[in-house]
Design a protein around this ligand. Structure first.
Ligand code: ATP
Length: 212
């Protein structure tokens, strides 16, 4: 059985950087699907600019045409702080025998030691790190140790075991950030070509990120 990719984030809003990374993972790692899981209450970020329901809606619109992309609202349903370790536990209950691959960008991976019960993540899932512009894999510290102990270059390891490996995978680098998109919209400019047109249209329709 092919692995399920688990892609969590604020997605405030979702853009082509997220979508292209997830698509390359889906194809190159031969995943069954990638589940996009917007957080309701991001423990590390504090404020969001669109509500959880709006961010989820933008994800739905963004991925509607892509087979293998799934919008997953379990963190919205659960409420409270969105801890990845809890999300993975619910996925593990739902898919007891599946390989699960938590997809994170390199910036997110470097912040992993601040996550709630981060050192338990590999007990439930693999971690798949997407290279992002300007970020280098750590070779020292707790993450350096994690990579030397659990790292693998072999995609087949992600298929043959259900959890416990760290795989770093280069993806096409699209230097797009949600922060810049929000700033651009607040400045009255058009975010076209940074995201699917359907997402742009939905943002305009909902009147999001105008900065008031
Ligand atoms: P912001 O600009 O508000 O910080 P973000 O897009 O970096 O937003 P999230 O939506 O929380 O933040 O990101 C979700 C996941 O997507 C993270 O793992 C992050 O590393 C990854 N990611 C974000 N932008 C890109 C990009 N341009 N290319 C690849 N991965 C990305």
């Amino acid at each position: 059985m092919k692995p399920i990719g688990v892609f969590g984030g604020t997605f405030d809003p979702i853009h082509y950087g997220h979508l292209r990374s997830a698509f390359e993972m889906l194809q190159a790692l031969d995943f069954e699907e990638v589940r996009f899981i917007p957080c309701s209450d991001p423990p590390h970020r504090g404020v969001t600019y669109a509500t959880a329901a709006q961010r989820y809606r933008l994800v739905e619109v963004a991925i509607a045409e892509q087979p293998g992309f799934v919008a997953d609202d379990r963190e919205l349903e659960r409420g409270g702080p969105s801890y990845t370790v809890d999300t993975l536990a619910t996925l593990r209950t739902e898919f007891p025998d599946r390989s699960l691959g938590l997809i994170v960008g390199m910036d997110a991976f470097l912040g992993l030691p601040d996550w709630y019960r981060w050192d338990e993540i590999l007990d439930t899932a693999h971690i798949v790190v997407a290279h992002r512009p300007g970020w280098k894999a750590p070779d020292i510290g707790v993450l350096g140790d994690m990579i030397s102990e659990h790292g693998t270059h072999r995609v087949s390891d992600l298929h043959e075991t259900t959890h416990g490996r760290v795989h770093i995978h280069a993806v096409t680098q699209l230097e797009i950030a949600s922060t810049e998109i929000r700033d651009l919209i607040a400045a009255g400019r058009d975010p076209r070509f940074l995201m699917p047109d359907a997402v742009r249209d939905e943002i305009l329709e909902l009147g999001l990120y105008k900065g008031e």
